[in-house]
Design a protein around this ligand. Sequence first.
Ligand SMILES: [Fe+2]
Ligand SMILES: [Fe+2]
Length: 165
Amino acid sequence: MSAVYRVRQFLAALRARVEPGELQVLDRYLDSAQKELFVAMELQDQRHSLNVFYQLSEAGHDDRELLQAALLHDVGKARAGLGICHRVAIVLLRAIRPGLVRGIGSADRRSWRNPFWVHQHHGQLGAELVARRGGSKKLVELVRHHQHPSAEPLAQALYRADGEN
Ligand SMILES: [Fe+2]
Ligand SMILES: [Fe+2]
């Protein structure tokens, strides 16, 4: 994906909105514990997740856990404290050289570099959150591997829709 596309995507995310009516979709697919995870995300991540959900459902996907994963795949970012500066840095570093972001992260929660680590590991962290709230094994695995999916068709569908939103 080109750097220009990534930057444009990022700028659009800054203007993200979620209409109150859209949250009704959550009642159909998420239980109350899962809904708490969704609304704990930054608005731009909520917007992104809803867009991934719409894309998959409009393409005819009706697998319940896939659609739940669309809504919850990025919940691991919520505890990151990913401020605007981190997000800008991640977009720019990725555009320059994707490996740079990996080198910066630190697992130490007190470190200024921790948000980069959380961002890098948000699939795993999100999977743990979803598992703790009773998500099915299939849902947990879709969330865990959404950045590096298996060849399994649902995992691939999520990966594609994620990349396009
Ligand atoms: Fe993600
Ligand atoms: Fe995502």
